[in-house]
Design a protein around this ligand. Structure first.
Ligand code: FES
Length: 212
């Protein structure tokens, strides 16, 4: 293991051990991992070094690496759930590792994430859906891929630049109508334009959605 890899591994482990507060934030782990991965790819001549912004491939590599080591710092006895609110945000509860677009990592047990596309504090909801008169009842049209479970587990939520929020880990999506959908991974719309809400259908590209 070279020095850069060691530094990234130590940084990731230190964050797990030091993060007593569930909302502790760090910029070390994912950025270091991504930087190291980009150098590896570049050295193979497959593509030029990526900028330090979130990309789906880098997140996949990072997620797999973290699964082998640790994860979120504390495991509370709560399942991961997302309430798709009526004309409002995604209310997410669980053992959450949130990876921001710049690669910074935040641990949380509850998040209210924008899905109308208008928040000035993305990815967090700042109530702009009221101003924007966002209309979506929160109906879920997809079916569960896994059985329901109340077992506590970890989930990683990643903010894709100019795109959706992705998740890896068991997640139950539910709404005011009693609909439920359990998945292990998926992409949730945060531009407000998907025809398949709460899931992303790629409309963010067509509409030129910008997150920053
Ligand atoms: S984020 Fe809205 S369609 Fe992808």
């Amino acid at each position: 293991m070279d020095d850069a890899t060691k530094t990234a591994a130590v940084a990731a482990i230190r964050i797990d051990q030091d993060s007593e507060a569930t909302s502790a934030k760090s910029t070390d782990a994912f950025v270091a991992f991504m930087d190291d991965s980009a150098e590896t790819v570049e050295s193979r001549g497959e593509q030029s070094k990526e900028s330090l912004t979130t990309s789906a491939k880098a997140l996949d590599r990072w997620f797999k690496d973290r699964q082998k080591t640790h994860g979120a710092p504390r495991l509370l006895e709560v399942p991961n759930e997302t309430l798709v609110t009526n004309a409002g945000p995604l209310q997410i509860t669980g053992n959450i590792t949130l990876v921001h677009e710049d690669g910074s990592v935040q641990y949380a047990n509850h998040l209210s994430l924008c899905r109308c596309g208008h928040s000035n504090s993305k990815p967090v909801c700042d109530e702009q859906h009221l101003e924007a008169e966002f209309l979506n009842s929160g109906k879920i049209h997809e079916v569960s891929e896994f059985a329901a479970s109340n077992r506590a587990s970890k989930i990683t939520i990643s903010c894709i630049k100019d795109g959706p929020i992705t998740f890896r880990g068991r997640m139950k999506l539910h709404n005011q109508f009693g609909q439920e959908c359990i998945k292990m991974r998926g992409s949730l719309c945060r531009c407000g334009h998907s025809a398949s809400k709460p899931f992303c259908d790629g409309s963010h590209s067509r509409t030129g959605f910008k997150t920053g």
